[in-house]
Write a protein that binds this ligand. Structure first.
Ligand code: ARG
Ligand code: ZN
Length: 869
């Protein structure tokens, strides 16, 4: 069943207040709700007076309207709804339901994680708690009463303010919470359990004190400092940069180990996947610290971009997600290195969103239809959505963007609105017309840009011609030309910047003429990745090396290196097909190595940046540029290139390794992290030379590491080796962290990502490890997911055994948690990228999934779209 955006109609009834009473029990929780209904003055004509409420997987105990119980003949219940007739324009409905949190393996609605009860309602989980109009444009104030045993649930939390805490009989107690801000039901949350709490406070810009609490399992109290610090910095940043202040007197975060996604922005009660809260120097890597900072900020920022102003319907998801991702990216840029942050954000877009946009699951930032909305929490809605906001920021400038933001929040506070409303606020505040720009919301596919330059020495002019083209995507054959800001620079051979400008591309083919250009320039195109496009033009190797060393735009310095490396690697993969010899296929790469050397040894550059600049495009990224892609050839050629670089820059890498050792206590700040990153890159290239002394060095680093970053770096090097040190380090890691459920996932992932040819056998064996369970999404993602998503060589072994194993796991998971199963299914949909043999095997697995009994709507949608020719 397909839901379409064009079919939207306003709800016939509004629900203005919700009172909920939970009598918590693991097997049988009773939920009593009291809902005050009012006919919607904006209802579609002829909407009738039948009330239709959503509800799934629960037992209806009773329904009453205005105090009178309904007889069974007065209502209809089926597997997904409850229907009855409205008595008038305003009435109160009381509903009692029974649900079973402990049997809730889907982790949507109310479920049990370890010993605690928690909820996840976005997108449509509230209907698994009680019957309701489960849609974001129905906004109500909530009063929530929680009754639970005092011993097992000393902590009782919901949204808003705590109104009262009372002891009841039988060892039970009660808490009442009241949230004064009207909200859609997807922002409802409840948590109850025996949790430890870490406390702090924040003084807002108007001088109010907000109590900040992070709840974790006992024993983890010492792992919350960084999350708390990130929260306070995010609150301050939102005041400084957006003028947005927090609006309640308390803000709670709860970390749970069983969670479908990263985190959830429930009003004043954010619930997090524990891996994005818990961090200490010996358990979390620099990357983990970075992620924690950005996700804590992301969820906090949703308080305005998502909660105070929410989505009218789920097609508008990017209204809150694209905007909030842009906000968290900018926060991280301000807290850390801006160019390095931009590089990482673009890498993520290219790795996750570009393949989606070019594959069977392509959809616009604002989708037109879906079967299961949970399948649309995608890189397109999030990451491309953020790029669209970023382009508006670029087109309007910081001040103009802020004017638009101010108008947006002023106009729409307390409302459920659309992406179009957001763009209109930007237009109205700035007196601009974004009619063409709006196409970014409706058109899927990544535009391809090709540029051409012509220098006229006599006239001293430079003529730049740009063409754009977007290939057809499933269901959307005709593409229009988009408006986009392209930042460019023209550089003189001496490194002087002759011109830097943002041009406004609107046509399919467009010419720009620059005057007073004294010499033939080198072009730096799409600086800072100002538009989320592919650029088909590859400058000469000389120009790329020049840009690597001289571009005044740091992003494009990195980009030039990536382009140069891609060009060498792609050509070598093609040549490898004939010779079967990776070294020969690569040929002479000295010029490239020299350009890398100049970057590595340039002490004017940030170390984090230099580390990034040394890393070659990944195997998956190279696959995207080949048709068909040969995973084994790509692996061999990339390894050979790494070896050549390691040998050529051995002295410099040895120096970098020595000079970046630190005697100071670990600190997660960006500068220290950059130093560790550079040292890690050095170690990894030294090991790539094949000299066993460097593998010994990695083992030494593993043994003496005093922080998780250094430990993991060493382990990653060892992980691909045939060396007794590998077994030693893996065994040590296992025993050291056996009891830490967040950290042991790193150990599972690492082994799943090993390039060794025994990896699939190891993964199968690890499924029997006592710490592994298919019921915990983090475990599944760490072991099974990492194998398919981050181990191209082994997932795609030619005999198809990787595909078969994976499809079996997806089907097994589908019975427990369809949402997570569907999210993991995309790798099998990449069959078009590969040779006929692999493609046939991948399709066969998709068809096997489609033939499964009781296949969920979630997995059906992904598998059926993926298999379509
Ligand atoms: N709104 C959350 C966030 O981006 C993600 C929740 C996703 N939930 C889901 N069921 N798909 O911060
Ligand atoms: Zn979000």
């Amino acid at each position: 069943q397909v839901i379409r955006r064009e079919d939207y109609t306003a709800p016939a009834f509004l629900i203005e207040t919700v009172e909920l009473v939970f009598d918590l029990d693991r097997e049988a929780t009773t939920v009593t709700s009291r809902l005050s209904f009012k006919a919607n003055p904006d209802r579609a004509t002829g909407a009738g007076d039948q009330v239709v409420l959503d509800g799934e997987d629960m037992k209806l105990l009773s329904v009453a309207i205005d105090g009178t119980a309904l007889a069974a003949s007065d209502y209809q219940v089926d597997a997904t709804s409850l229907k009855f007739n409205a008595p008038s324009d305003q009435f109160v409905v009381e509903i009692q339901t029974r649900i079973s949190p402990v049997n809730n393996t889907r982790l949507e609605g109310l479920y049990v994680s370890q010993s605690a009860y928690c909820t996840q309602c976005e997108a449509e989980g509230f209907r698994r708690i009680t019957y309701f109009q489960d849609r974001p444009d129905v906004m109500a104030t909530y009063r929530v009463t929680i009754n639970a045993p005092r011993d097992s649930c000393p902590v009782l939390l919901s949204n808003g303010n705590l109104v009262s805490s009372t002891d009841l009989d039988d060892g039970r107690h009660q808490a009442v919470w009241d949230d004064p801000f009207p909200k859609p039901c997807y922002l409802f949350a409840l948590v109850a359990g025996d949790l430890a709490c870490v406390e702090d406070s924040f003084n807002t810009m108007t001088g109010r004190d907000v109590a900040l609490r992070i709840f974790v399992e006992h024993g983890n109290e010492d792992s919350c400092d960084y999350a708390m610090d990130s929260l306070k910095r995010a609150m301050k940043w939102d005041e400084d940069v957006y003028g947005l202040e927090y609006d309640l007197d308390l803000f709670n975060i709860v970390a749970v180990s069983d969670f479908n996604m990263g985190a959830m922005e429930n009003k004043s009660l954010n619930v997090f996947n524990a891996k994005y809260i818990l961090a200490k120097s010996d358990t979390a890597t620099d990357t983990d610290f970075e992620l924690i900072e950005s996700i804590v900020a992301h969820e906090y920022f949703h308080n305005w971009s998502g909660n105070r102003v929410t989505c009218r319907d789920w097609f508008q998801l990017s209204l809150k997600e694209g905007l909030t991702v842009f906000r968290d990216q900018e926060f991280s840029s301000d807290e850390r290195s801006r160019p390095v942050q931009r590089i990482k954000d673009v890498q993520r877009l290219r790795a996750g969103q570009f393949p989606e946009d070019g594959g069977p699951l392509a959809h616009p930032v604002r989708p037109d239809s879906y079967m299961e909305i949970n399948n649309f929490y995608t890189a397109t809605v999030y990451q491309k959505g953020a790029e669209v906001i970023r382009m508006m920021h670029t087109l309007l400038g910081t001040k103009g963007y802020r004017k638009g933001i101010d108008l947006y929040f002023e106009r729409h506070d307390g409302q459920a609105v659309t992406c179009d409303d957001f763009v209109r606020a930007m237009e109205d505040a700035n007196g601009v017309n974004f009619d063409q720009f709006r196409l970014w919301y409706s058109q899927s596919g990544t535009p391809n840009l090709v540029w051409n330059g012509e220098y006229d020495a006599k006239q001293q002019t430079y003529r730049l011609t740009i063409e754009q083209k977007t290939e057809p995507t499933p269901g959307q054959v005709i593409k229009s030309d988009l408006q986009m800001p392209i930042k460019i620079g023209l550089l003189g051979r001496d490194g002087d910047e002759l011109l830097a400008q943002t041009i406004d591309l609107t046509l399919g083919k467009q010419e720009f003429l620059f005057e007073d250009i004294a010499q033939e320039p080198v072009v730096s195109f799409n600086r800072d990745f100002s538009a989320p496009v592919n650029v088909g033009t590859t400058p000469s190797h000389d120009d790329l090396a020049f840009l690597m060393g001289n571009d005044t735009d740091a992003f494009n310095r990195w980009e030039a290196g990536q382009k140069y490396a891609s060009d060498l690697l792609i050509n070598a993969v093609k040549a490898f097909g004939q010779s079967g010899n990776a070294d020969e296929a690569l040929g002479d790469v000295d010029a490239f190595c020299n350009a890398l050397r100049a970057t590595l040894t340039n002490d004017d550059l940030d170390k984090a940046f230099r580390a990034q600049a040394m890393i070659l495009p990944g195997e998956a990224m190279l696959s995207e540029q080949l048709q068909p892609a040969d995973p084994e050839a790509i692996y061999q050629v990339r390894q050979a290139m790494r070896r050549k670089i390691g040998l050529s820059l051995q002295d410099e890498f040895e120096a970098a390794y020595r000079n970046n050792a630190s005697n100071d206590a670990y600190s997660p700040d960006a500068t220290s992290a950059g130093q560790r990153a550079l040292r890690s890159v050095a170690l990894s290239y030294l090991a790539a030379t094949g000299e066993s002394v460097f593998v010994d060095l990695a083992l030494e680093q593993y043994r003496t590491a005093d922080n998780m970053t250094d430990r993991m770096t060493a382990l990653m090097v060892l992980n691909d080796q045939d060396h007794p040190g590998r077994d030693e380090a893996l065994a040590d890691f296992e025993s050291r962290f056996a009891s830490n459920t967040v950290v042991i996932d790193k150990w599972f992932s690492l082994q799943a990502m090993s390039s060794r040819t025994d990896t699939l056998a190891q993964v199968k064996k690890l499924m029997d490890h006592p710490a592994f369970t298919m019921r915990n999404p983090n475990k599944v993602r760490a072991l099974v997911g990492a194998f398919a998503m981050a181990n191209q060589r082994n997932f795609h072994v030619a005999d198809g055994s990787g595909y078969r194993f994976y499809a079996d796991r997806l089907m097994e998971l589908d019975d427990l948690n369809p949402q997570v199963a569907a999210r993991l299914a995309a790798p099998l949909g990449k069959w078009r990228k590969f040779d006929e043999g692999r493609a046939a095997k991948m399709k066969a697995e998709l068809n096997r999934i489609l033939a499964k009994e009781n296949l969920s709507r979630d997995l059906y949608e992904i598998a059926s779209k993926s298999v379509a020719e």
